[in-house]
Design a protein around this ligand. Sequence first.
Ligand SMILES: Cc1cc2nc3c(=O)[nH]c(=O)nc-3n(C[C@H](O)[C@H](O)[C@H](O)COP(=O)(O)OP(=O)(O)OC[C@H]3O[C@@H](n4cnc5c(N)ncnc54)[C@H](O)[C@@H]3O)c2cc1C
Length: 479
Amino acid sequence: MEMPLPDAGTLARKSDIVARLTAALPPGTVISDVAETRAYECDALSAYRCAPLAVALPRTTAEVATVLRLCHDMRVPVVPRGAGTSLAGGSLPTADSVVLGVARLNAVLETDLPNRTIRVGSGRTNLSVTGAVEADGFFYAPDPSSQLACAIAGNIAMNSGGAHCLKYGVTTNNLLGVTMVTMDGTVHEIGGAYLDAGGLDLLALICGSEGQLGVVTEATLRILPKPEGARPVLIGYDSSEVAGACVSDIIKAGVLPVAIEFMDRPCIEATEAFAHAGYPDCEALLIVEVEGSPAEIDEQLAIILEIARRHDPVELRESASAEESARIWLGRKSAFGAMGQMGDYMCLDGTIPVSQLPFVLRRIGELSVQFGLKVGNVFHAGDGNMHPLIIYDANTPGQQEKCEALGAEILKLCVEVGGCLTGEHGVGIEKRDLMDYQFAPEDLDMQMAVKDVFDPGWLLNPAKVFPLAASAVRRMAAQ
Ligand SMILES: Cc1cc2nc3c(=O)[nH]c(=O)nc-3n(C[C@H](O)[C@H](O)[C@H](O)COP(=O)(O)OP(=O)(O)OC[C@H]3O[C@@H](n4cnc5c(N)ncnc54)[C@H](O)[C@@H]3O)c2cc1C
């Protein structure tokens, strides 16, 4: 879906904006050629596209500050961008905006093993943070499935999670400090290098703020010693509801697996055809992984296997080797790609109380029949973070609208059972107009008042997160 084109006034300003940015920054920093900016016109919610006025790719915090100050003075909106893997349209440009990409700020700035921290440029990819410390026996815990590509900047903005966040927490639990530039070009140090930086916890406000408050250029992250070992078990069931009940019972039992992942039949079939992981023919699959010393692993798995057996599984496969563990994970890690082979898909991201899994899975099945669209479920079940994937055909007129309507019903269902609209992918443009389903007008007003403080002109990452009508009123008032 193409977004509106820039108006004549904006186009007339383009050459002036590009000229001023180009003059103030080193050669090669600003891209304005339409063919070259094409790569930045969408993120992983690729159904929505819009070419920006220009793209700036600075190398330092000072250059980021220059871009922001100039855009602030010219009243040009800025869309911060990491690697562009957002599934919620978080880094989708508007036609009158400059995209500010931080991918070049990707250095390891300091590694402090005794204090278990690492400081990196925010453009560094998630996986390469672990890459920088693994030889010393450490790792960075949050592990989005997109970790090979996505940047720490986007992880912070979306408070990203991953399969192993059940035990270690999501980005906010592993972030100690940031350098952030506000829209007027001021550089701020927020948080620090230790668990408590003193003062108000502004860092908690920044993490998950979806590029609304400032542009993060550096981050200090917590790193952890690698566990002695890990072992997954694959559990197959004849019904999604029973698998959901098993998850609920494992959580209730007080063991803390490092991951509990769930896949239903559509995902299992797509994955088998794609990755040949050797998954059983069943309605629902769980991958439960525990870690620690061999004795700790044995003890935790004994409890989990006993619970799994109580629910009458069709398959119970405990990994006996590193090769088998890799095979068990292979299908799960390929699931999104495999579902992509079936057609276009929209990946939702709602969170629910774990105890509601059986009910919500049944309702999703009913809604899928009602709307006539296939839905596959693959998600982080341990923390109730669901990722229903709706399969549709973008080339069939009306299918995208139908898919979005079904997506809205599923997300509303998550709110109705006591959950929320997003677990880890953020609101972006995808869920902004559902926000008033979750929040009262007073709540939204309070959230927008926070943006007023950091970005009084409402120039950062426009038309995201807040319902469009409400944020338009705010923007008009700011002008
Ligand atoms: C196949 C696939 C699997 C995925 N799996 C997961 C998963 O398991 N868990 C998960 O949480 N997510 C997942 N995602 C979603 C996505 O990868 C995450 O949201 C990720 O954190 C986005 O990072 P990015 O660098 O690509 O950010 P972008 O897409 O570039 O931007 C995301 C948001 O961050 C803002 N932003 C970017 N840079 C900055 C900055 N420097 N300062 C302030 N704001 C900034 C943007 O404006 C935007 O709002 C997946 C995506 C894909 C395509």
